[in-house]
Design a protein around this ligand. Structure first.
Ligand code: ADP
Ligand code: MG
Length: 380
């Protein structure tokens, strides 16, 4: 059985050394040599950190990061966001960090993926990580589909709990999975069909409609033998496994662009597309069709932009869908680029629940078991 952190009282946590797995794998933009970090994932664990600080627990934060090698250059920004004074532990120190909590209330270990044993889910590495701690807390939902030492193997060595963010993620995702089919719409776009087809399969009996845009839609069209020129596509064979279902709504027109993304031409699906052109957004008729469905929806789950929104010529579809999604009773959104797109058009604050999980969220929505949740006893 999974145990949640908030089942522990202040008295039980006082003075305890907590190994807190978080996801600080933030995206970083570099402008004129200055780094600016996306603080969304850091803010998301504030609740858990404050809960532990209030209980006078002592905390070692552990995360990986891929955009840069080390947390060293962004520790001051992390401190600002969390309003804390976190002591940074360079990798030279090693991974046995519990003794540092005798003199510091909160520390951050450097990038855990410096150590290859992390991704190998190595047992002795996990045991060393856990040494000297009293409890383990997983608040890194977005990494919980990974069978890594600080997510999976470590739970064998410490009493293990799910944090507040994990609680919110599970509650939001379960609620959309379990709500009645009528009025529930799944919107999928973006790239990477391989991670999205399992979600479509699971939602065939859970949603009223599944609206498809982006590279995913191109892949469906290509698999049907429709002319799509130089459009990006993913695995055609995979999409064939969900062919013919009436709930899946594909574009009826698309916006084509040249390689430089400077031209924008609308064509009906089925019309000939030159080899120099690719479908980079859904077209106006498709937008109308999708919006008509979204108007009657009470719950929308959305992952993946409708087009290459990074180019002004191809943001229309994503923007129109966003404007419609925010009007539904409950909207749940996840995925790095989907969040970035919504932020760029000022619609992110109007979404009911923003998941920190991209791959993890898709896997959960597909009904697959996540290694990190298995380790916490969620499926027992
Ligand atoms: P998320 O990060 O939200 O899960 P994905 O990573 O699956 O989404 O896909 C996002 C990317 O898909 C965006 O960078 C966007 O430019 C791209 N994309 C969407 N539609 C198209 C298209 N028709 N052609 C090429 N790229 C597309
Ligand atoms: Mg992405």
């Amino acid at each position: 059985m999974i145990k949640f952190l908030n089942s522990l009282s202040k008295e039980e946590l006082k003075g305890k050394k907590v190994f807190l797995r978080v996801d600080f794998n933030v995206s970083i933009e570099k402008n004129n040599g200055k780094q600016s970090i996306d603080i969304f994932k850091i803010e998301a664990v504030k609740k858990t950190i404050n809960f532990l600080i209030n209980a006078e627990a002592r905390i070692a934060l552990v995360s990986h990061i891929t955009a840069i090698d080390s947390f060293e250059t962004i520790i001051s920004e992390i401190n600002n966001v969390l309003d804390c004074d976190i002591f940074f532990v360079p990798k030279e120190f090693g991974i046995e960090s519990a003794s540092l909590l005798d003199t510091h209330q909160i520390v951050l270990l450097d990038n855990i993926r410096f150590h290859k044993e992390e991704a190998e889910n190595e047992a002795s590495f996990a045991a060393t990580l856990a040494a000297g701690f009293d409890i383990y807390v997983n608040d890194a939902f977005a990494v919980s589909h990974r069978k890594h030492a600080s997510i999976s193997a470590i739970t064998k060595y410490l009493p293990s709990y799910a944090g507040q963010l994990m609680f919110s993620e599970l509650e939001a995702l379960n609620s959309v999975l379990n709500k009645p089919v009528l009025g529930k719409v799944l919107v999928l776009g973006g790239a990477k069909a391989t991670t999205k087809i399992p979600v479509i399969k699971n939602f065939l009996d859970k949603a009223e409609y599944i609206l498809v845009g982006g590279v995913l839609a191109n892949t469906f069209l290509a698999a049907r033998g429709i002319s799509i020129g130089a459009s990006l596509i993913d695995n055609k064979e995979l999409v064939k496994s969900v062919f013919g279902n009436e709930k899946i709504i594909l574009p009826v027109d698309v916006a084509l662009g040249d390689q430089a993304k400077e031209t924008r031409t609308i064509v009906k699906v089925g019309d000939t597309v030159e080899d120099t052109q690719s479908a980079l957004d859904i077209g106006p008729e498709t937008i109308e069709k999708f919006i008509t469905i979204l108007k009657n929806a009470s719950i929308v789950i959305w992952n993946g932009p409708m087009g290459m929104f990074e180019y002004p010529n191809f943001i229309n579809g994503t923007k129109a869908i966003a404007d419609s999604v925010v009007k539904t009773g409950f909207s749940l959104v996840g995925g790095g680029e989907t969040i970035a797109a919504l932020r760029s058009i000022n619609r992110l604050n109007d979404i009911s629940y923003i998941s920190t999980g991209g791959g993890a969220m898709l896997m959960f929505l597909a009904g697959d078991k996540l290694a990190g949740l298995t380790a916490l006893g969620y499926y027992d």
